[in-house]
Design a protein around this ligand. Structure first.
Ligand code: ZN
Ligand code: MG
Length: 356
């Protein structure tokens, strides 16, 4: 193998630009990836969250930035299935499909490739675990709403740690199968919260029968806590890990045109990014990538006051929009994410990082 080298990544902390040495090997020798997706998170959502949070976010601890285009194969405005598939599989596909190409052929996802190569994997979301964004990392479906079929696909994937809602698609199925029993047989500890015994190697955490609570309804800190638990469990694999973390309800808040809901979900997601950064900054072999899968609601900032943390947002639509979205990266290989590119580029950048 080629010699490792040392490079400097630029990290912004308050007003001080500091240079942190990061151990990085040549392409193909990276170890861990934490990929954090704010569903529906565009620059408006980020700027507003920054404003209500006193002018800073954990997201900005990633010193490297880029911009991605999110359109799908068949529509200028993507749905979450096609955009997550583009990022997980490297191909533009049609809206409302998961993990398949435009002809219906299954595509291998980055998570499946990670499993095949002996890495550990994790999926963490504030939506149902079978919802489009997480599902695009393990399922192959012509219709993203086939939740029971998607649940069945998760069983054999070997995902080492997952957390989300939607337990009913495993326990109260029209085919009467108990996929909870299937998970236990596969070696999972199945729980309804993050109080894990730690005796099982694999963890399935269902935080809701159906849709998880909003942060404002009392969901608690499960998103950031799950990130911390997952990285500290999966780091024990010498070969590395791939973890996808989704702030799912940023999108739902936008679709409800509810700014208070939106800000609470943004800051919850940002705290999860903070946990990923806390780990990566110490670990030195972990790439953190933060982005949105598309923008939602055409969220514009009409007025605000950064000195008293207030912002007046305006919603253009109840739907997704076609705006390009920002990308933030930190760690070895982060510089690969500089520039302007399609959402399909993530997959190839991840492949290069791992050397698959
Ligand atoms: Zn989405
Ligand atoms: Mg989603």
């Amino acid at each position: 193998m080629l010699l490792g080298l040392l490079f400097f990544s630029c990290t912004k902390s308050g007003d001080n630009i500091k240079l942190d040495p990061v151990n990085v090997n040549d392409a193909g020798q990276g170890k861990n990836i934490i990929f954090l997706i704010g569903d529906g998170m565009g620059l408006g959502q980020i700027t507003a969250a920054r404003t209500v949070n006193g002018g800073d976010l954990n997201i900005f601890r990633c010193g490297i930035t880029g911009i991605q285009s999110t359109h799908s194969a068949d529509k200028y405005v993507t749905d979450s299935g096609a955009s997550a598939t583009a990022m997980s599989c490297g191909q533009k596909t049609n809206n409302y499909t998961l993990g398949i190409d435009i002809n219906g052929n299954p595509l291998e996802t980055i998570l499946e490739l990670a499993e095949k190569n002996g890495l550990s994997t994790g999926l963490i979301t504030t939506s149902e675990i079978v919802h489009a964004t997480p599902a695009a990392f393990y399922a192959h479906q012509t219709n993203r709403y086939q939740y029971e079929d998607i649940a069945l696909e998760l069983i054999g994937k070997g995902v080492d740690f997952f957390m989300g809602g939607g337990k009913k698609y495993f326990s109260q199925r029209t085919d009467s199968l108990s996929l909870i029993d299937s998970l236990v047989l596969k070696g999972y500890e199945v729980t309804d919260n993050l109080n894990l015994s730690g005796t099982s190697k694999m963890s399935a955490v269902f935080i809701a029968e159906d849709i998880p609570l909003k942060y404002l309804e009392g969901r608690g800190e499960v998103l950031s806590e799950a990130v911390w638990i997952a990285v500290n469990r999966l780091k024990n694999n010498e070969k590395g890990f791939f973890i996808m973390v989704e702030g799912a309800q940023i999108d739902w808040a936008g679709e409800e045109n509810d700014q208070a809901y939106l800000m609470a979900e943004m800051l919850d997601f940002d705290r999860a990014v903070g946990k990923a950064m806390d780990f990566a900054e110490v670990d030195g072999n972990t790439l953190v990538v933060v982005t949105g899968d598309h923008e939602t609601a055409g969220f514009a900032l009409l007025d605000g006051d950064i000195t008293n943390n207030t912002v007046q947002g305006g919603f253009m639509t109840w739907l997704h929009t076609g705006m390009m979205v920002p990308v933030f990266a930190y760690g070895p290989g982060a510089e690969e994410f500089i520039g302007v590119y399609e959402n399909t580029a993530f997959y190839y950048k991840f492949l290069k990082f791992y050397g698959f």
